[in-house]
Design a protein around this ligand. Structure first.
Ligand SMILES: [Zn+2]
Length: 235
């Protein structure tokens, strides 16, 4: 079974988010991964679809002969990150033509939903919309089937899995946990402050690193609450 390492932003810009990784650190990770035997190399994935996946990560991965999987928020293609803007300004998302180029080059393009809401709390209609419209949008851009999804904040429920299967998805990723039926696999998030030692610990499934990832992920649940509060107070 594949192991997935999950990245978000790759940039040297100042950003307080723990999911931002500097290009130099990322290159060290990639050099290490490329040095592993093919059979045990993890799959590198990117959530959110920031433009730096194309401008920073793509050249580094290509230099080492690796490809990746990119999960895109379909509503944000070609736009700035109003959904996740912070004190340090906004960050741009990948454009349609860049997305097509990555897909043509052999990257796998998956959905990270339509608007990055936590899927657990949505009505059936909203859930359907998040899953189906992102899938169709990405299929139109790439001309290929999109059957892989990564859940925002890693959150899902049995109902979410059922709706994913109904929408035509074949597999899913969560940074929180896998599902008993194997439909959802867990991906291992890589954070700003991770060292190569920690990357190795993630890959060898070391218990302390797993507990640490769980603790960080429970903080990300706070982010979901903050997003919901902001949405309610501005809508
Ligand atoms: Zn995300």
């Amino acid at each position: 079974m594949s192991v997935f390492l999950s990245y978000h932003k790759i940039t040297s810009r100042i950003d307080f988010g723990i999911c931002t990784r500097k290009p130099n650190d990322f290159e060290q990770d990639v050099a290490y991964i490329a040095s592993l035997p093919k059979l045990i190399q993890p799959t590198i994935t990117f959530d959110d679809g920031y433009i730096d996946t194309y401008t920073e990560a793509f050249p580094i991965l290509s230099k080492y002969g690796l490809k990746a999987t990119l999960f895109v928020i379909s509503d944000m293609i070609g736009k700035s990150n109003s959904w996740d803007a912070n004190f340090f300004g906004s960050f741009k998302h990948i454009t349609q033509s860049q997305l097509r180029e990555l897909s043509d080059y052999g990257w796998v393009i998956g959905s990270h939903t339509k608007s990055h809401r936590s899927l657990k709390r949505l009505s059936p209609n909203q859930l359907q919309e998040e899953l189906c419209s992102s899938k169709h949008c990405l299929e139109n851009i790439t001309g290929k089937p999109v059957d892989f999804i990564s859940f925002p904040f890693g959150r899902y429920s049995p109902q979410v899995i059922e709706f994913c299967k109904g929408a035509g998805y074949k597999r899913a990723l969560s940074i929180a946990q896998e599902s008993p039926d194997g439909f959802v696999q867990r991906s291992l998030a890589v954070y700003r402050f991770d060292s190569i030692k920690q990357i190795k610990a993630k890959l060898s499934n070391q218990q302390f690193e797993m507990l640490r990832l769980r603790a960080i992920n429970s903080f990300s649940n706070l982010t979901v609450v903050m997003h919901q509060l902001t949405t309610y107070s501005t809508s």
